[in-house]
Design a protein. Structure first.
Length: 597
């Protein structure tokens, strides 16, 4: 395929609270960023601004997306600032480009996939069209770029209409009646052909900016096969991120490129707010410590967190997700040597305030941006096309169904969707249903009056369009399934909640936070309708096809027998809401089905 197109620590002293310490640190960041404009580059140096996004996931409209900011009335407290929306992202990027004309716009992956209806209904073609209009130049592949396989990815890159119809989905319905593909390049150094050593997309690109050459290398989390359906990664394999990046960094240096930026779709987390870096931890920091010293900047993603770190003199930054933040890394490059001048590097994350539900005090501190008219017109075109399906009423709810987990690990949204999946497959003998938390992408909220839920509201909460599968497992396999909740890379800490499967009504169990790996589920605690699960007995269990194929590390499900395919998961949810709530709006089930001891 051609080009598919110092750790910061807040010292807590006597009589200084952590919250106050974080506030003064945040204030220092603002002053630090402002000082950038007072430090013009010398004639010998070239100034370059790297403008980055990550995990956009087709969030073209502002919706309810928000970022936590200090409360202007009491900076020791925080409050939500509604942020994001493609037209507002475009305006913010234009502002940043006007401040520094020598710039490049990049992405650390997951531009598409798990998208709201305005993008997903049209096979994510609107998001590619919007990114072209914004002026994106390079994007690392994310794991969600593989959701529908390499053929779909190639089509997004190179253009053409979707040839295989999908229910409700439309293709090539842009203003010009066609889809021309991406005008930017997708990068990934660590995605190789199944039987070759050749990358399936361009691993790295060199850009000549302001007369100097800057190298960009892409990579995606090597755990992609465990979080994508097998059909999505058929024919490709994923190798160690740092090893692959270093290989191409060496090649770039051999070509005389001395300033190198890594776009890595892997992440971590840190405390202290979206522009801080207290207690950084996670895979991206482990990867960064293994990188070639020539790699000066790492723009990361995947974990949907906001942080701004300096580890061993190297910037590692992430801008949360959905266009709520934008990362800015201002660097200076010595024109003679082509090397970055690290001490003059400035990095920050900035929100994209859109004015939605924003009071006077927040407006004063974070003035809402105007929508970019060109991008707004693209979004409005697709919004109108999606409206007949998106606005279709499907039920009523009393209160929001949230993804926030209980102490045990299940949530009101998880319980609702598991119940819907069970109801939708009872005719296949289903007794229990589980859904994976990664498939729950947003709280289920009402967008209408009197608690009305629309098709778009339900789709936003569960956007993957997976198919339900009912299969047979033994009681012993059921316990093994639950134990595998702690087998993922993200749950190395023994006391951590793993990828907690959300159970349907009637199924309960207890787990030990201090239990040994493979023995955390309390013996005899698994019950179905109050009766203990018998290890020798068999049970009919419904999951989505991603889990049925061993996704998220639930390998035991590959061994299950008597598989029967059911309806799409979104259809089951819509049917459940439609049938359960006409007479009385549906209320969240607050009773946890998973107990943590």
């Amino acid at each position: 395929m051609n080009s598919l197109r110092g750790e910061r620590r807040c010292a807590v002293r006597a009589n200084v609270t952590v919250r106050a310490c974080e506030f003064w640190y945040a204030l220092a960041v603002v002053v630090y960023a402002a000082s950038l404009h007072a430090q013009p580059a010398s004639a010998q140096n070239v100034s370059l601004r790297i403008i980055g996004i990550n995990d956009f996931h087709g969030h073209l409209e502002p919706a309810n997306n928000a970022i936590t900011v200090p409360n202007p009335a009491n900076p020791a407290r925080t409050m939500p600032l509604h942020s994001g929306g493609a037209a507002f992202v475009a305006t913010r990027i234009k502002q940043l480009q006007a401040e520094q004309p020598t710039n490049i716009v990049v992405s650390a992956g997951d531009l598409v996939g798990a998208s709201p209806l305005t993008s997903a209904l049209f096979n994510d073609e609107p998001t590619i069209e919007v990114m072209n209009a914004i002026g994106l130049e390079l994007s690392a592949l994310g794991n969600h770029e593989f959701d529908r396989g390499i053929t779909h990815l190639r089509r997004l890159a190179n253009g053409d209409c979707q040839s295989q119809p999908i229910a409700h989905h439309q293709t090539c319905v842009g203003a010009d009646g066609k889809f021309s593909g991406a005008r930017f390049s997708f990068l990934a150094a660590n995605v190789l052909g199944r039987d070759s050593e050749e990358p399936v997309v361009t691993p790295a690109q060199v850009k000549t900016i302001g007369g100097v050459r800057v190298g960009f290398i892409g990579a995606v989390t090597r755990s992609t096969p465990s979080v994508v359906v097998p059909s999505g990664v058929a024919g490709v394999r994923f190798v160690d991120e740092a090893t692959a990046i270093n290989h191409y960094a060496k090649e770039l240096r051999a070509q005389g490129v001395q300033t190198i930026v890594a776009l890595v779709h892997e992440g971590g987390d840190a405390d202290g707010g979206y522009d801080s870096c207290l207690n950084p931890q996670g895979p991206i920091f482990d990867i960064a410590r293994e990188l070639d010293p020539a790699i000066n900047i790492v723009l990361s993603g995947h974990t949907h967190r906001g942080y701004n770190c300096v580890i061993d003199g190297r910037v590692i930054i992430q801008a949360a997700s959905y266009g709520r933040l934008i990362s800015i890394v201002d660097i200076e490059i010595d024109r003679g040597s082509g090397k970055i001048i690290r001490e003059r590097t400035r990095a920050r994350n900035v929100p994209v305030p859109n004015g939605v539900k924003t009071g006077y005090a927040l407006r004063a501190s974070y003035p809402p941006l105007a929508a970019d008219p060109k991008v707004a017109a693209i979004v409005e075109h697709y919004r109108k096309l999606a409206a007949p399906l998106a606005q279709r009423p499907i039920g009523f709810i009393v209160d929001d169904f949230e993804r926030r987990a209980s102490t045990g690990g299940d949530s009101t949204l998880g319980r609702l969707i598991a119940d819907a999946h069970l109801a939708g497959t009872r005719n296949q003998g289903a007794q229990i249903a589980f859904t994976n938390p990664g498939g729950l992408r947003a709280d289920l909220r009402t967008s209408g009056t009197n608690g009305l839920v629309t098709y778009a509201d339900a789709f936003l909460a569960q956007p993957f369009g997976n198919t339900l599968v009912t299969l047979t497992v033994t009681g012993a396999q059921l316990k093994q399934l639950l134990e595998q909740q702690w087998s993922s890379r993200s749950s190395a800490n023994q006391s951590a909640r793993g990828r907690m499967l959300q159970p349907s009504r009637g199924f309960t169990y207890t787990w030990l936070a201090s239990g040994a790996y493979g023995a955390r589920v309390v013996s005899g605690s698994m019950r179905l309708d109050g009766r203990p699960i018998d290890p020798e007995d068999t049970y009919r269990v419904t999951v989505n096809n991603f889990l049925a194929e061993g996704g998220d590390g639930f390998r035991v499900l590959r061994e299950a027998s008597n598989r029967v395919e059911g309806p799409p998961d979104i259809d089951a949810l819509i049917a459940y809401l439609s049938q359960s709530s006409p007479a009385r709006p549906l209320a969240p089930d607050r009773a946890s089905r998973i107990m943590r001891r």
